[in-house]
Design a binder for this molecule. Structure first.
Ligand code: UDP
Length: 235
């Protein structure tokens, strides 16, 4: 499968059209950004690590009935995927209070939520990805009520699968962001699932093993990513 033209270069990935109109290649980069591009850097081998992690997770989710865009892992940095028409909504699911939940609503970091919270954000860097509700998303013409109900249902199902799967690997899934898209009239999970898009805390020590180490200058960023990779690829 060949990279024909670059369709898009994002913060963490390049997206390439292949010679098959229905398939794209996601090329994972080492570039890291935070706070909507205000902080920039690079994490050694992040692309290789995130491709390995996301490929394993998409495979597991696919085996459990979740429609994903994942086709195959081509090599260290390239993932072959169905070409999606991305829905410009970021779906964040939370199990434990952290990040903007703490900043916005005053939760104590680490407070366990009585039930998972699913939030919608407008995927628009110029507007700083604002939090929105279903009515905003429908009014903006991003998705229908039926589609948004499906996204919420999928996010909750994915959350249950991931929480259990990571618990077996001694990782607590605090929160994570998903993106979805349309392909031939159906909705698929797209983008990636990795320490860039999730918060993982070590189940025993509570140590942060995700992009917060980069965001908050905690050090040990590469080690944290490779520890997650090691546990994800273990079984
Ligand atoms: N997240 C992401 N991309 C974004 C915003 C958030 O992948 O543009 C992920 C983030 O890594 C975390 C979850 O979504 O796992 C919730 O992020 P939060 O709203 O707490 O924002 P943050 O504190 O990261 O600004």
């Amino acid at each position: 499968m060949n990279k024909v033209t670059m369709l898009h270069e994002g913060k963490a990935k390049k997206v390439w059209q292949t010679d098959d109109p229905d398939l794209i290649i996601q090329e994972f980069k080492d570039d890291a950004t935070a706070f909507n591009n205000k902080k920039k850097g690079s994490i050694a081998d992040k692309g290789v690590t995130n491709n390995a992690i996301a490929s394993r997770l998409f495979t597991m989710l696919g085996e459990n009935g979740i429609p994903t865009h994942f086709v195959s892992k081509l090599n260290d940095r390239d993932m072959l995927c169905k070409k999606l028409d991305i829905i410009m909504v970021e779906v964040v699911t939370r199990n434990v209070a952290a990040g903007s939940l703490v900043r916005r609503y005053g939760f104590t970091e680490g407070a366990v939520l009585k039930q998972p919270i699913v939030e919608l954000y407008l995927k628009d860097d110029d507007l700083d990805d604002p939090l929105m509700n279903e009515a905003h998303a429908v009014e903006l013409g991003l998705a229908t009520h039926e589609e948004l109900a499906l996204l919420k249902e999928l996010a909750e199902k994915i959350n249950s699968l991931l929480v259990a799967w990571f618990a077996e690997r001694k990782l607590r899934l605090v929160d994570f962001k998903l993106e979805f898209g349309r392909h031939k009239g159906e909705i698929f999970l797209g983008d990636e699932i990795s320490p860039d898009t999730c918060r993982f805390w070590d189940a025993e020590s509570g140590e942060k093993l995700d992009k917060d180490r980069f965001r908050l200058d905690l050090g040990g960023v590469e080690d944290a990513y490779s520890e997650v990779k090691k546990r994800v690829l273990e079984q």
